[in-house]
Design a protein around this ligand. Structure first.
Ligand SMILES: Cc1cc2nc3c(=O)[nH]c(=O)nc-3n(C[C@H](O)[C@H](O)[C@H](O)COP(=O)(O)OP(=O)(O)OC[C@H]3O[C@@H](n4cnc5c(N)ncnc54)[C@H](O)[C@@H]3O)c2cc1C
Length: 435
């Protein structure tokens, strides 16, 4: 490694393996000077990567890839305000136990906690809960190093335009070095999971979102059944949790698919029997340990966030087309709800939304996402998850986001030379030229 923290050229691939790149340099800065050197002097385009868990080519570059995981964990904690400044490149799975030492926790988390904080906020990563916003909405201030190497501290009070843009910014404004996050007191959750037929899931979903802290469900294609997961806050003592078997369950669905081939009726009977003997979970534990799961069976994913009134009917259409045309699909379809916020590029900035996520095994084709699923989700007024597969470009995105043009102006102010722009980013922001 060179004095500025650069590795020689090495290949890069994201978590699922559907995005690869050959960056000339991988920079692992240890301090602000290293970072400034990588941003201002190393080969462009410059991209910063967290855990590489996005399915879109957001982090891919043949220039310089920056990784911030060597820049620390929790920098300072204000226990009265329940806020902490943390290394934005730190992984959520390391931040949660560290914050617990201060009696603090993230208000909510997504399905996993492998992501870096900056990667998660940059794509509006969310969990589920009608009253719970995406992680980006918990950010109260940011330190952002721009293309010129200037370190800006931004918040609602200081450069509010940059702040409104940066909280969901796809690494297009600069490198988020540190983030101040609003936390809550550490809390325990009571987790319940159970199986139900699809019509009950759809029929109860809205009322469950109204009454439960966290509620989501997974519909299992070709089964007529799904699994609900609910969490409520509790002061009761933790209970032992049996080992997690989500990966084994997904591989079981794959085996059912492989064995049944085109015998959809046989597959449905087999899965129905399995659901009738499903044993759910009923456990109490720390919030971050129960909210985040392990996902070791690799997949690719499309997720759209839909207006609350349209989400469940779009879900029925998605299920119908998968079960009519795509017997290869076996991964559960995930359905969640997230509260609204005011961030320019947050998919939730005009109110809470229902999210529908469709997955394909990493060795299987995901062309059907674009041919059959995306048209349904777009017709229902959906906005894509920034880190998950979609086909939208500047024209369609600027129709979906009232502040998209304003965001692009801030991007142009902070990075006038397009140092952070790859060809993919240019398609998103309507910038001409291939480099
Ligand atoms: C198994 C799995 C489960 C998932 N579960 C959920 C879920 O429950 N909810 C959900 O909403 N999403 C989920 N996702 C998607 C994931 O949360 C997002 O794609 C997230 O952006 C990944 O974080 P990351 O650290 O890997 O970021 P990366 O994918 O590495 O980067 C994402 C974006 O952030 C930018 N970025 C990273 N670090 C910085 C920085 N320091 N400064 C500026 N920009 C930066 C990158 O340039 C890129 O544009 C899941 C993905 C996988 C693979």
């Amino acid at each position: 490694m060179g004095a500025d923290g650069h590795d020689k050229k090495k290949g890069w691939s994201n978590w699922s393996g559907n995005q690869t790149a050959e960056p000339q340099h991988i920079a692992r800065p240890r301090d602000m000077d290293d970072l400034k050197a990588a941003i201002t002097r190393a080969a462009g385009p410059v991209r910063v990567v967290g855990a590489g868990h996005s399915f879109t080519p957001l982090a891919a570059t043949d220039g310089t890839l920056i990784k911030l995981d060597g820049m620390g964990l929790v920098h300072s904690v204000d226990q009265t305000a329940k806020r902490a400044w943390v290394n934005a490149g730190a992984r959520l799975k390391y931040l949660s136990p560290e914050l617990e030492r201060y009696g603090l926790a993230f208000r909510n988390l997504g399905d996993i906690n492998e992501q870096s904080l900056a990667g998660a906020i940059s794509t509006a990563t969310h969990g589920t809960g009608a009253g719970l916003s995406c992680l980006s909405a918990e950010v109260t201030a940011l330190k952002l190093m721009t293309a010129s190497g200037e370190l800006l501290t931004i918040s609602r009070e200081r450069d509010s335009d940059a702040f409104d843009a940066a909280r969901v910014s796809l690494g297009a404004l600069g490198v988020i070095v540190e983030a101040e996050v609003q936390l809550v007191d550490s809390y325990r959750l009571h987790r319940l999971t159970w199986a139900e037929p699809l019509d009950a899931l759809i029929g109860h979903a809205q009322s469950r979102w109204k009454t439960r802290r966290n509620y989501e469900f997974f519909y299992i294609p070709f089964s007529g059944y799904g699994i609900s997961i609910a969490h409520e806050e509790t002061k009761n003592k933790p209970t032992p949790r049996p080992p997690q078997d989500d990966d084994e369950a997904v591989l079981g669905l794959k085996r059912a698919r492989d064995y049944a081939e085109d015998d959809v009726a046989g597959r449905r009977e087999f899965l129905k029997a399995a659901f009738e003997s499903f044993e759910g979970e009923d456990v109490i534990g720390n919030s971050w340990q129960l909210l985040a799961s392990q996902r070791n069976v690799r997949f690719n994913e499309m997720e759209y966030h839909l207006p609350v009134k349209k989400g469940l009917s779009a879900l029925s259409d998605v299920i119908a087309i998968i079960e009519k045309k795509h017997p290869d699909v076996f991964f559960p379809i995930e359905v969640r709800r997230t509260g609204g916020d005011d961030i320019w590029l947050s998919p939730f900035n005009d109110g809470g939304r229902i999210s529908i996520a469709v997955h394909a095994y990493h060795e299987d084709s995901y062309d059907f996402f674009f041919s059959d699923i995306e048209p349904i989700l777009r017709k229902a007024g959906g906005r894509p998850h920034w880190g998950k597969l979609h086909s939208l470009d500047y024209r369609s995105l600027s129709d979906l986001y009232p502040e998209f043009v304003t965001f692009s102006k801030v991007r142009n102010r902070l990075d006038p030379e397009g140092r952070f722009l790859t060809p993919y980013l240019k398609t998103l922001f309507g910038v001409k030229g291939t480099r």
